[in-house]
Ligand binder design. Structure first.
Ligand SMILES: Cc1cc2nc3c(=O)[nH]c(=O)nc-3n(C[C@H](O)[C@H](O)[C@H](O)COP(=O)(O)O)c2cc1C
Length: 169
């Protein structure tokens, strides 16, 4: 699958076959995340890889759109390290780029994933903090639920020429 195909066919996959994801695949996903651009190359991210089903099943108790984690093989929590920030709130864009890179790499590998919003919802940030023992200077940003897909979705085809402006509004 080339890069354009991986982008145009990516969809949120919330149903999974129970099957572990290899260490090699997990490393590739993290390499993809850390290849993302960041403001001034600050790379403020940390990643918590969660494959313990007991921990995964604890997340829907404080995140009301995370039921799919009951069947996920894996989740990756993308975090910001306040001590590594050099450009203020640009970290949000850095962590978003890392999150999207993981989603695209997942799709290219024939796996399925969905982005679960954490930041800026206080109850989700605090829930992740407590569950995973995350220190104060680390901000949980997004959680990516990952597994072998048990559902198939067609490409979304969202291209809309009315949203494109040339040279001026
Ligand atoms: C910031 C953000 C937060 C999201 N949070 C959730 C979530 O908590 N639970 C969920 O099931 N999907 C979540 N999604 C996935 C969106 O629902 C999904 O991307 C959107 O409906 C478009 O569908 P697609 O990803 O299949 O193209 C989130 C996506 C983004 C970008």
């Amino acid at each position: 699958m080339d890069a354009i195909e991986a982008i145009l066919t990516r969809r949120s996959i919330r149903k999974y076959i129970k099957k572990p994801i290899s260490e090699n695949d997990i490393t590739n996903l993290l390499e993809s995340a850390m290849s993302a651009p960041s403001a001034g190359n600050e790379q403020p991210w940390h990643f918590i890889v969660i494959n313990d089903p007991k921990i995964l099943k604890g997340i829907p108790s404080f995140h009301n759109h995370a039921q799919m984690l009951n069947d996920a093989s894996l989740a990756i929590l993308v975090c910001n390290d306040k001590r590594l920030e050099k450009h203020g709130e640009m970290w949000i864009q850095d962590c978003s780029a890392a999150t999207e890179n993981i989603l695209l790499a997942v799709n290219a590998k024939g796996l399925g994933a969905v982005w679960l919003g954490i930041y800026p919802r206080e109850e989700r940030i605090n829930g992740m903090r407590k569950l995973l023992n995350v220190p104060e200077h680390i901000i949980p940003f997004s959680l990516i639920s990952i597994g072998y897909p048990a559902e198939k979705k067609p490409p979304a085809n969202r291209y809309d020429s009315s949203r494109v402006h040339k040279n001026k509004w």
